[in-house]
Write a protein that binds this ligand. Structure first.
Ligand SMILES: *Cc1c(COP(=O)(O)O)cnc(C)c1O
Length: 398
């Protein structure tokens, strides 16, 4: 049993998955690069072949650099196992491939991350003959009406990463269990700290660790955590697909994990302050931040989550047009224009849902949507930057 088994999450962040005595006292597990793993005897080699978890076997399946990160994340999630993958997207696609086969039915949230949607449509539906149905993220217990005899998997993401609908996860997982359906959730927004997915009945919890876990915008990483019952299916698919995560990136993930607690606390504080400030702006119609009292999804967020991260969006008043959005975003000093999020630096993005919604399209007559990744800068500087942006926005309408 690890010494952090019974400790609180922030203590686990610091201590889980480390074993200084095993590496000459060095505090962090080092980067082990390997393809070949050498064995002392034929018998040992044969035995390792049957080993399915935790031990070195062949470089593709990882070295202690990856294993220790897996151990730390599994412990944080309260899961028996974690597998890390080369990207967040591969952590989404791996369990879909593992649990679905031709003729099965998948229920997937309409608010799902765009590339996960593309995988469902272009690979699962178009090539594998899986039936794919999108559901409204706010459906809650109503999901029961969409269940078919061949429904095998429900894929949740909460909140959605552009429009931030919060799902009633316990209602959905209770129904899934009653129908023997496997549930997967993309929990990237909340991180393992702010939403305990397995505790809310989900079978497999997925993170784009690229985001808050790495936290510094310089490595790609995914992870999935789950209990023993799913080990065979998930590890089997993982090993068969030949997925391999670079040890350097695993090292950066472990490095990021150690400071996730303090980074998130600041992302949360600054994010809420920016969101409240934006809500009072005349140019803003609505703010989508589940942690903001009165915002859509806040009640379920308050019931189920223990914190909010720094990613949210806001809708401009519909009078503002595309040139205005460009004028506003093109000249920001601190908010970078770029994909991804969860790093230390603030980002802004013109968020577009076209082509990525079939059940609840971003309605006619709605204003442009801007997504903010709240970084670790001083929030006064961020407000001043946005304030100047709003001035350019207004100027473009004159
Ligand atoms: C970024 C993202 C992913 C994919 O992660 P990558 O590491 O970029 O592949 C998956 N889900 C959500 C919600 C994301 O924001």
């Amino acid at each position: 049993m690890s010494k952090t088994q019974n400790s609180k999450p922030r203590t686990k962040l610091v201590h889980a998955g480390r074993e200084p005595a095993a590496q000459f006292g060095a505090v962090n597990p080092p980067v082990y690069h390997a393809s070949t793993i050498l064995f002392e005897t034929v018998a040992e080699m044969d035995a390792a072949g049957g080993r399915t978890y935790g031990g070195p076997y062949y470089g593709r399946r990882g070295t202690p650099t990856q294993f220790k990160l897996q151990e730390a994340i599994a412990e944080l999630e309260g899961a028996d196992h974690c597998l890390i993958t080369p990207s967040g997207l591969s952590a989404c696609t791996l369990p879909l491939l593992a649990f679905l086969k031709q003729g099965d039915h998948l229920l997937i949230t309409d608010s799902v991350y765009g590339p996960t949607r593309a995988f469902a449509n272009k690979i699962l539906a178009a090539k594998m003959g899986v039936e794919v149905t999108y559901y409204a993220p706010t459906i809650g217990a109503g999901i029961e009406e969409l269940i078919q005899p061949n429904t095998q998997v429900i894929f949740l993401e909460s909140p959605g990463s552009l429009t931030f609908e919060v799902q009633d996860v316990p209602a959905i997982t209770a129904i899934a269990k009653a129908h023997n359906i496997t549930t997967l959730i993309d929990n990237t927004w909340a991180t393992p700290l702010y939403f305990n997915a397995l505790g809310h009945g989900v079978d497999v919890v997925i993170h784009a660790a690229t985001k808050y876990i790495v936290g510094h915008s310089d490595a790609m990483l995914g992870c999935l955590s789950f209990n023993e019952a799913h080990w065979g299916t998930l590890f089997g698919t993982y090993a068969t697909l030949g997925l391999h995560t670079a040890p350097d990136d695993a090292f950066l993930g472990a490095r990021g994990l150690r400071t996730l607690g303090v980074r998130l606390a600041q992302h949360e504080k600054s994010g809420l302050e920016l969101a409240a400030w934006l809500r009072d702006r005349p140019e803003v119609r609505e703010v989508f931040h589940p942690g903001l009292p009165g915002a859509p999804g806040h009640d379920i967020w308050k019931r189920d989550f223990t914190g909010s991260s720094g990613l949210f969006s806001f809708e401009l008043e519909p009078e503002y047009t595309v040139p205005g959005v460009h004028a506003m975003l093109d000249h920001l000093d601190y908010f970078g224009l770029g994909f991804s999020w969860g790093g230390f630096e603030s980002l802004a993005m013109h968020a577009k849902t076209e082509g990525n919604r079939s059940v609840q399209p971003w309605g006619e007559g709605r204003g442009h949507l801007i997504r903010i990744n709240t970084g670790l800068e001083d929030v006064d500087d961020l407000k001043a930057d946005l304030d100047a942006g709003f001035e350019r926005l207004r100027g473009s309408n004159q």
